[in-house]
Write a protein that binds this ligand. Structure first.
Ligand code: GDP
Ligand code: GDP
Length: 435
């Protein structure tokens, strides 16, 4: 059984803030400026061994005539249908408002456990002011601060008592998450549409049930993967000035949430500075990365064009030349399968563990042949190498004088590692440790 906790309440009480704290990941876009549509967000959380899904019902558009009606109907309907427990959030700063009363009236009719959560009680003085919310007649008032976390533990202790069982662990665990990022018009939405068009490729919409969902779980070409969709927001946002800002923000979030990042480039425009900054960001976050040069159908070409194009990108990538490049046409469905397969390979490279014996067997002879240059008459002696248990490849080289090893030698080691073990598409980190 899935345990579901829905957070409802009027705008700005702090629903998204609590959501982010519970799922320990930034998923919802935070925004104080009104008029921006926010998606309903789902995230997984765990408290003292109980697993549950949290729903943030933050979506709110100001300016429509019937804001409250529309909003409350949507939130409560959803909460009614899906929630195991409802967190009805109010704001100790603002005190009890008419809108809170109206929410309370509807929530009261719902035959599910309701917790009055009085947020923004950042200090004990503030928490003392929560008394007025008992007037709602919904029982105990839990004072919390979503911002600093106080009170949330006590609240969760009570909430999980209403779950019939332990719940399901995050079903997304261990499934590769792919983010498709790139400049507007590169073909991201078209790519997603082609994937969706493949017969019964969608298993479930992880984040909801519509195409607005951020994460979609696919079973396609015999692979299991989740795509973090960054394309939607641009078309949905009503605030035109913020479109670029939000699409960039969303891309960054998608990237942070992903294991592998497909940077889609428009072949007609070539690999531009903005593409480079996305790649650099993915590299810095230590994500798996691949470059998908799309609209290849539009490029006039002969047998050498792809090689030349690739070479020019690799030159710009410099030390990030481990990133694979694939040429596709989404409209002509060329190399769609290969693109997904490449993403899966990158994921495998990112998550694989090289046994220590194998590492030393391959790397120690390389080091013997070309040892680190001695410094101030001191010999640097690398004794052994091990891969650290991490989410991306980290290698510790144990030696007598780690502080004396310079960047060029580090680069040498990285290149040898890449030669012996396939780390295509994956940033590799090398550490020197004292032994
Ligand atoms: P939502 O519209 O209900 O989802 O509210 P948000 O989560 O977007 O929060 C609205 C505003 O309240 C933001 O500026 C938050 O930073 C602020 N906020 C949220 N929780 C707290 C809190 O516990 N204490 C304080 N002081 N501010 C908070
Ligand atoms: P997004 O902004 O990255 O999501 O880009 P879209 O998927 O909306 O695509 C922008 C435009 O490029 C649309 O008119 C698509 O039909 C077109 N397009 C996408 N992929 C290709 C392709 O491989 N070849 C050609 N010729 N056009 C494409």
């Amino acid at each position: 059984m899935a345990n579901i906790v829905a957070i409802v309440g009027r705008p700005n009480v702090g629903k998204s803030t609590l959501f982010n704290r519970l799922v320990e990941k930034r998923v919802a876009i935070m925004d104080n400026q009104s008029g921006v549509t926010r998606d309903r967000h789902y995230g997984y959380a765990e408290w003292i061994g109980k697993h549950f899904t949290v729903i943030d019902t933050g979506g709110y558009v100001e300016g429509s005539d019937d804001v409250f009606e529309g909003e409350i109907r949507k939130q409560v309907k959803m909460a009614l249908g899906e929630a195991t427990v409802i967190l009805f959030m109010v704001d100790v700063y603002e005190g009890l408002t008419g809108l809170d009363q109206e929410f309370a009236n509807v929530v009261r009719e719902v035959n599910k456990p309701v917790f009055v959560v009085c947020n923004k009680a950042d200090t004990s003085e503030r928490a003392m002011m929560a008394g007025e919310f008992y007037a709602l007649g919904l029982g105990e008032v839990y004072t919390i601060s979503s911002a600093n976390g106080s009170g949330t533990g006590d609240l969760l202790d009570e909430v999980v008592r209403h779950f019939p069982d332990e719940g399901e662990e995050n079903p997304e665990l261990g499934i590769p998450r792919i983010a498709i990022v790139g400049r507007p018009n590169a073909g991201k939405s078209s790519f997603l549409n082609v994937l969706i068009g493949e017969d019964r490729s969608i298993v479930t919409d992880v984040a909801g049930t519509t195409r607005d969902a951020i994460n979609t779980h696919y079973k396609l070409y015999g692979k299991d993967f989740i795509i973090t969709d960054t394309a939607g927001i641009r078309k949905k946002s009503k605030v035109h000035e913020d479109i670029e800002f939000y699409s960039v923000l969303r891309a960054i979030q998608a990237l942070q949430d992903s294991d592998v990042c497909i940077v889609m480039v428009d072949a007609e425009r070539g690999f531009e500075a903005q593409d480079m900054s996305i790649v650099s960001l993915a590299h810095r976050y230590r994500k798996g990365i691949m470059i998908m040069v799309n609209k290849w159908d539009l490029v006039e070409k002969d047998s050498k064009t792809a090689e030349a194009f690739k070479k020019s990108i690799l030159e710009k990538l410099g030390p990030m030349d481990y990133i694979p490049i694939i040429f596709t046409s989404v409209v002509e469905k060329q190399r769609i399968f290969q693109a997904i397969e490449l993403a899966m390979n990158v994921y495998e490279n990112k998550t694989k563990k090289i046994p220590t014996s194998k590492l030393n067997e391959k790397m120690l002879p390389e080091i013997e042949r070309y040892p680190p240059p001695s410094i101030k008459g001191k010999f640097i002696n690398i004794k052994y190498i091990t891969q650290l248990g991490n989410h991306s490849p980290n290698f510790a080289f144990f030696c007598n004088l780690p502080q004396y090893i310079k960047e060029p030698y580090e680069r040498f080691l990285e290149n040898r590692l890449r030669e012996h073990f396939d780390f295509t598409g994956v940033p590799v980190k090398i550490l020197f440790k004292k032994k």
